[in-house]
Design a protein around this ligand. Structure first.
Ligand code: ATP
Length: 369
């Protein structure tokens, strides 16, 4: 098990003094022994570069990468004892599954006999339920089976760290879900510290102990899935995490004694100060309603804002539906249960409890409440 730390890590491609690309900017991340970190963010935000610096495939321009307190910046990739799993599986096509699994063990000087290696291969194959495939070549395997073999190759050596770079990107939606549960289970079982790159927020939320959200090479927030969803540090995190997207509206804020008065276009409501941790002095704000937090007014009474909408589209998703509406506030999306009596063109009154309302500073985009 390994305690992984990135301390003020920066990576500039090209000449830092001229027109170099700052791929990663002053990144601090701490991953405890056995923890599962997900690096999440849009394309080009620096996820892969960060993972490659952990693995030793890229040198940081500044800062330190530490394993259990020891700086590993100068340690070559092959000596870091990390196992990487990539989206293209990277299996050897001319070798059988058995040979692909055993290859890493045979190559290194670990004192294991061929018999011991074979036992270990069988053990890992059983763990991943691929015993029947041991004599097949990669071309004879489905995408999911190939990815299982790639995982097997990573865990067979019991490395200090697992590094995953979008390992499920080439699989279909159903298989992605199955495999991410398997990776999650496997990682908890073997307890090896892991870093996992994805741009898929749903995947990140289900698999991570801790999520690092990056944008433009900068860390936006490091927190548990629950923290980044319920207490997003800023507007970027709030918009990147959660589906459907948060509804956002311009508003002004006034101090009204025991409460803050929020004034939106033709709608105003109060948020009791007891719901706000630190005093807010900002006047121009963005108000955020998560679709999940909006209710049909006739089903639930709150002392929050209430507004009329006209339904455009109802999209059932299992036991709930995403309802797209228009209103005097603009477009509003709600996610509601009991949707069977809602149709396009219906009038629908929505409400939200004040404790579920988010407020962001319109200028800095930091979370205020
Ligand atoms: P994606 O999800 O698209 O893979 P990412 O978040 O993993 O993106 P990186 O691949 O880490 O992002 O790239 C971060 C930035 O660094 C991008 O602007 C990219 O163009 C740049 N970059 C990455 N590798 C190099 C390189 N070898 N030389 C120059 N620029 C690079």
């Amino acid at each position: 098990m390994t305690h992984l730390e990135l301390d003020s890590v920066t990576k500039v491609f090209g000449d830092p003094s001229k027109d170099g690309v700052v791929a990663v900017n002053d990144l601090d991340i701490d991953v405890a022994d056995g923890e599962f970190l997900v690096l999440l963010g849009p394309s080009g935000c620096g996820k892969t570069t960060t993972l490659r610096m952990i693995g030793g495939l890229e040198d940081p321009t500044e800062g330190e990468v530490r394993f259990d307190g020891t700086v590993v910046n100068e340690v070559k990739a092959r000596n870091r004892d990390v196992a990487m799993v990539f989206q293209d599986f990277a299996l050897y096509p001319h070798m059988t599954v058995r040979e692909n699994l055993g290859f890493g063990l045979k190559r290194e000087d670990n004192g294991m006999s061929n018999e011991e290696i074979d036992d270990r291969v069988t053990e890992v194959a059983e763990m991943l339920e691929i015993e029947e495939l041991l004599n097949n070549k990669p071309a004879q395997l489905s995408g999911g089976q190939k990815q299982r073999v790639a995982l097997g190759r990573a865990i067979i050596r019991e490395p200090r760290l697992f590094l995953f770079d979008e390992p499920l990107a080439n699989l279909d939606a159903k298989l992605r879900k199955t495999m991410r549960t398997e990776i999650d289970e496997l990682q908890s079982e073997v307890g090896i510290t892991s870093a996992y790159v994805t741009h898929n927020q749903e995947e990140a939320m289900t698999i991570a102990d801790k999520i690092a959200i990056l944008n433009d090479g900068q860390l936006q927030q490091l927190g548990t899935p629950d923290q980044v969803f319920n207490e997003p540090a800023n507007l970027f995190v709030a918009q990147f995490v959660g589906s459907p997207d948060m509804n956002l509206f311009d508003a002004t804020l006034d101090d009204d004694g025991d409460a803050y008065r929020v004034d939106m276009d033709m709608l105003s409501f109060e948020i009791p100060k007891t719901l706000v941790e630190t005093e807010i002095t900002t006047e121009n704000v963005l108000v955020g309603f998560r679709p999940q937090d909006l209710y049909q007014s006739r089903r639930r009474v709150t002392d929050g804002p209430e507004f009329d909408t006209t339904v455009r589209v109802v999209e059932p998703v299992g036991t709930e539906a995403i309802v797209h509406t228009t209103s005097f506030l603009g477009d509003v999306t709600a996610k509601v249960g009991n949707f069977h009596d809602i149709d396009a063109k219906d009038e629908l009154s929505l409400t939200i409890a004040p404790e579920h309302v988010y407020l962001f500073d319109a200028e800095t985009e930091e979370l205020l409440k």
